[in-house]
Design a protein around this ligand. Structure first.
Ligand SMILES: [Mg+2]
Length: 173
């Protein structure tokens, strides 16, 4: 972990369920992605998330922040055609609860340290918002709709954030 902390890029914490793996979309429409089995469970992986994450990877250090933990690296870089074969991955010591995100805050905070950080997740709640408000470093929460996942506007907002952080005077970032 310390080596990654030398990265000059801001961090982007990436949730998987509700950001990359989609659910809750209308069943009578064409699915918004392709279906893949991951450890025996079927997931609809967004057709556009891979290309969008590749774009974001040019400006952020991407870090998996998902209950998938190590399984994210086993499947997703290949299925999403990401350039990095592995991303840094947060682990949560069995605290993962589907449908919520507050259990991620501690591990995210520890990894982020004093670096600028953004967080993409479909379950951001009051505890996550409080964490973001109280951080001294620039912080951006990007909530997603689990039926749509990572969309164009999210990417644009994140790239603006990366520009702002890059333009901030050293020591003020
Ligand atoms: Mg999620």
């Amino acid at each position: 972990m310390p080596a990654e902390h030398l990265s000059p890029l801001p961090i982007l914490f990436v949730d998987v369920d509700g950001v990359i793996s989609l659910f809750g979309f209308p069943s009578h429409d064409d699915p918004p992605g392709s279906y893949h089995y991951v450890d025996g469970i079927i997931h609809c992986l967004s057709a556009t998330a891979g290309e969008r994450l590749r774009r974001l990877a040019e400006r952020f250090e991407l870090v998996w922040a998902t209950g998938w933990e190590e399984r994210a690296n086993e499947y997703l870089p290949r299925l999403l055609d990401l350039e990095a074969p592995q991303l840094p991955t947060l682990t949560f010591d069995g605290r993962a609860v589907f449908g919520t995100a507050h259990w991620k805050v501690e591990a995210i905070d520890e990894y982020a340290g004093d670096r600028p950080a953004a967080w993409l997740d479909d379950n951001l709640d009051e505890r996550c918002e409080r964490w973001a408000r109280e951080r001294p470093a620039p912080t951006l929460l990007v909530p997603t709709d689990p039926a749509i996942g990572l969309d164009k506007e999210h990417v644009e907002r994140l790239l603006r954030f990366a520009d702002e952080v890059a333009g901030a005077a050293p020591g003020r970032a």
